[in-house]
Design a protein around this ligand. Structure first.
Ligand SMILES: [Zn+2]
Length: 381
């Protein structure tokens, strides 16, 4: 199943396994970046790590058996379907004692991980939803208007409007003034048509149907297209595309995705540039995994900026939950720390749990020169 929206995630997070634990599994299957063999090796490694954790745990036997069943279901899916899997990511949610198994195809590669918990671990899905904003494409022609929904690489038509607008006046001739009057009248018709279309888009906006608006207007010189938009829509207007109302949805989608990618890249570059500027002037920022973890432990992080899928092993104190790279003993409480496979993941979770922003940036970026991770801080260091 392809991930489509928030209701799907809510259904997963409200799944009730009773007393039984459930398994959440995420695998980066982006064949644009990874060889098939690498993906298979990651799958095997995750399953083995899951087995090891199960053996070491002191759960009751029936619960362990349920989790072991989950691992078998994941292994079976991997063996059967991974070869033909053509999405950048895969998520599997299983609770074998309840007969529950759901697989989701993801448009973006997640961090590899396997989580045993009372509930399904859905934060990576939310992060993906956040990355893919819901886009409304409003295409305006002189008579026609079309509205599309573009979300996570897909397009679906929402509205179509045809208005009764007379054709253009081509020859002014000697009856110049009469013709100009007709033209004014005609522009009024077009304006009315644009207003109707804009009203339709505003209706969709009010029901929470989109975050960004892309506008396409056949006649570039037409100054009315933007002026008829409700102020709320103007705020959401992120750019213009060249697509026409008569274009096939696939063409509209291609243009919209190109613009979306460009906007995302610009936003990311802006965040990274802001962080670097702050670092270089010795302001409220830090970089590198060691210092970032330290600032996080001291509650100084305002927002975290991290390279997508950057991963490092590390240690967590089970007592005060402080995060470390190499410390086997917590320097604060002197308890033994626990090794974790991905300390970056722990840092992201900790930041998110404190309701602080996490910005993930795609590679390559200038953040690579600063240890792939950094943070805006609440105070000057
Ligand atoms: Zn400690």
């Amino acid at each position: 199943m392809i991930i489509t929206g928030r209701t799907q995630i809510e259904a997963l997070s409200s799944f009730d396994a009773g007393d039984f634990p459930a398994t959440s599994f995420y695998l980066d299957t982006d064949k644009g970046r990874l060889a098939k063999k690498e993906i298979a090796v990651s799958l095997k490694g995750l399953l083995q790590a899951g087995k090891n954790r199960l053996e070491a745990s002191d759960l009751a036997r029936d619960k362990k058996e349920s989790l072991a069943g989950d691992l078998e279901a994941i292994a079976a899916f991997g063996a059967q379907s991974l070869g033909d899997h053509n999405f950048a990511g895969l998520a599997i949610f299983s609770c074998s004692s309840k007969g529950f198994l759901e697989t989701l195809d993801l448009p973006h590669g997640p961090r590899n991980r396997i989580v045993f918990d009372q509930n399904f671990y859905v934060r990576p899905l939310l992060a993906i939803l956040e990355k893919y904003r819901r886009i409304c494409v409003l295409l305006l022609g002189r008579r026609e208007a079309r509205i599309y929904d573009v979300h996570m690489g897909g397009i679906s038509p929402l509205e179509c409007l045809t208005s009764d607008v007379p054709g253009r006046v081509k020859h002014a001739g000697f009856e110049g003034s009469a013709s100009r009057r007709i033209e004014r009248n005609l522009e009024a018709h077009v304006l009315e048509h644009f207003k109707k279309a804009s009203q339709l888009a505003f209706g969709l906006f009010r029901t929470g149907r989109f975050d960004w608006l892309f506008l396409g207007c056949e006649d570039d010189s037409n100054p009315h297209a933007e002026s008829v938009l409700h102020p709320y829509l103007k705020e959401r207007l992120k750019g213009h595309i060249k697509a026409k109302t008569s274009d096939a949805p696939a063409k509209v989608l291609k243009e919209a995705l190109e613009l979306e990618e460009r906007l995302n890249a610009e936003e990311e570059a802006e965040v990274v540039a802001g962080l670097i500027a702050e670092l270089e002037r010795g302001g409220k920022a830090c970089s590198g995994i060691k210092e970032t973890l330290q600032r996080l432990n001291q509650f100084e992080v305002q927002s975290l900026v991290v390279t997508h899928n950057f991963s490092r092993e590390g240690h967590v104190c089970p007592n005060d939950h402080f995060l470390y790279l190499d410390e086997t003993v917590c320097p604060v409480c002197l308890k033994k720390t626990v090794a974790v496979t991905d300390i970056i993941d722990e840092a992201i979770e900790k930041t998110a749990r404190r309701a602080c922003a996490v910005r993930q940036v795609s590679q390559p970026s200038k953040l690579d020169h600063y240890g792939k991770i950094g943070a805006f801080l609440k105070y000057k260091v």
